[in-house]
Design a protein around this ligand. Structure first.
Ligand SMILES: Nc1ncnc2c1ncn2[C@@H]1O[C@H](COP(=O)(O)OP(=O)(O)OP(=O)(O)O)[C@@H](O)[C@H]1O
Ligand SMILES: O=C(O)[C@@H](O)C(=O)CO
Length: 430
């Protein structure tokens, strides 16, 4: 076995591909697994990679379960030879006082026998920056962004030192911009000071990719790093790895094209509208019809088949994406959780039907929706390819349900330009 350099644990599926994307862009060959692989799945994986990202669905589950799953992933990555580990969470620091960022980071530190780690969700390519410990989303503080109304992890305090301190008994400190702007030696010195003062976790400021790359060498000796995907861009160089287009090489794409969207974010609403305005074939699904048990899946697949038979090169879009008031009305009728599960399951069945019908290039929009589709398609592992937009790469997988191979892109709700659903295919063709 050739040991991997970096072992990564991500708390959701789209976040995992986001991290993998940044590592690939910095030259690493990356494999993403769906949870800790079974022995059977493992036998089919190409483990000749520099990094492995284990994708969990642990962001909002009870903290003790998130800890247990993360520790299991850590042990498996240690068996693959990794010596440095990365805990990836959301660039908007999605969490509550109960966790799961603090408890998982604490447990990983304890298992690794280390007394210090860093924490930064900074992801400048997607306009997440941290200054004096305060997280900005675009031009506004986290607490003024849409995240203040998130149904599961409302983020109402932009000060990450306070937010993280509420989740951990470890003392939390700050590597502020004064040190970051001066480079790796200054960051090392600041880490030394914080350690002396008993700090175990430090939020790190960063405003640009240059900041993140510059601090990379200062992180080389830390067994555990935690953050969004941005912090990863300075790490491959620590292992002597340079950017190379080879890292993103995937098999050539073939087959039909489809998009399945369950994300109701502002960005996805715009992307759906733009796809339709550009003349794309699109079918809207009504959750109330799903709840009535009408043949929504069969009808959607028949609709898709008809369009794909007629124009095999054109993608079809099947979506439940809706504006906030429409989503609220559905949730009031069906319940928030029940509506979510119903729509996710329906879209996952549709994704399976599309793949069975010859779709080999698939975009899924939405973190939960992606998780449901990847699980239903039984994609045990993904190889990571080229970027479509910051945070969203094309990936490739083979499974019993996709025996001829599937190119798949998992788009986080908030990511991507308005023309994402149109331009994504060009990125695959090049
Ligand atoms: N029309 C709808 N009415 C009610 N719920 C919906 C509707 N469409 C989708 N949903 C549910 O809303 C949730 C959307 O979450 P998902 O994580 O897929 O997207 P997102 O939150 O935009 O993405 P991300 O987590 O990447 O930011 C899912 O549970 C989905 O099933
Ligand atoms: O970091 C991000 O914003 C994303 O990768 C993500 O985790 C969205 O769920």
């Amino acid at each position: 076995m050739i040991p991997i350099h970096l072992g990564c644990i991500a708390d959701d599926f789209t976040g995992a591909t986001d991290l993998a994307n940044n590592l690939v862009r910095a030259g690493m060959r990356v494999l993403q697994t769906q949870g800790v692989p079974t022995a059977q799945a493992l036998a089919q994986m190409d483990l000749q990679v520099d990094a492995i990202v284990v994708a969990l669905k642990s962001r909002t589950i009870p903290a003790d379960q998130a800890v247990a799953q993360s520790l299991q992933a850590l042990r498996w990555l240690q068996e693959r030879g990794a010596k440095q580990f990365y805990f990836k969470y959301c660039s908007t620091f999605d969490s509550t006082p109960a966790g799961n960022i603090g408890p998982v980071a604490d447990a990983l530190m304890q298992a690794l026998g280390t007394d210090f780690t860093v924490a930064t969700p900074a992801f400048p390519d997607n306009h997440r920056t941290v200054f004096k410990g305060y997280l900005y989303v675009g031009d506004v503080l986290l607490s003024e962004s849409g995240m203040r109304n998130h149904p599961l992890t409302p983020m109402t305090d932009p000060n990450l030192v306070r937010v993280l301190q509420a989740q951990t008994h470890s003392k939390v400190g700050l590597v502020d911009y004064r040190s970051v702007s001066q480079g790796a030696d200054a960051v090392r010195a600041r880490i030394g000071e914080l350690r002396q003062a008993g700090v175990r976790m430090a939020v790190v400021d960063a405003l640009s990719n240059e900041d993140l790359v510059r601090m990379g060498p200062a992180l080389a000796d830390l067994p555990l790093l935690t953050g969004g995907s941005g912090l990863a861009i300075g790490l491959p160089a620590n292992f002597g790895i340079q950017p190379s287009s080879q890292a993103a090489a995937l098999p050539p794409a073939q087959g039909r094209r489809a998009i399945v969207s369950g994300s109701c974010s502002e960005a996805t609403n715009r992307q759906v509208a733009e796809f339709i305005a550009a003349g794309g074939q699109a079918l809207a699904l009504d959750p109330l019809r799903m709840a009535e048990g009408e043949g929504v899946v069969a009808q959607a697949l028949a609709w898709a088949q008809q369009h794909l038979d007629r124009q095999p090169q054109q993608p079809v879009l099947i979506y439940s994406t809706a504006p906030p008031d429409a989503v609220k009305a559905i949730q009031a009728r069906l319940g928030v959780e029940a509506a979510g599960h119903l729509v996710e399951n329906t879209l996952a069945q549709i994704a399976c039907g599309l793949v069975a019908g010859g779709v080999q290039q698939l975009i899924v929009a939405g973190g939960e929706t992606s998780g449901a589709c990847v699980l239903a398609l039984d994609l045990a592992h993904l190889r990571i390819g080229g970027q479509i937009d910051p945070g969203v790469p094309w990936c490739h997988s083979v499974s019993a349900q996709a025996p001829h191979g599937l190119h798949i892109a998992l788009k986080s709700g908030n990511f991507g330009t308005p023309d994402f659903f149109g331009k994504a295919w060009q990125a695959l063709a090049t």
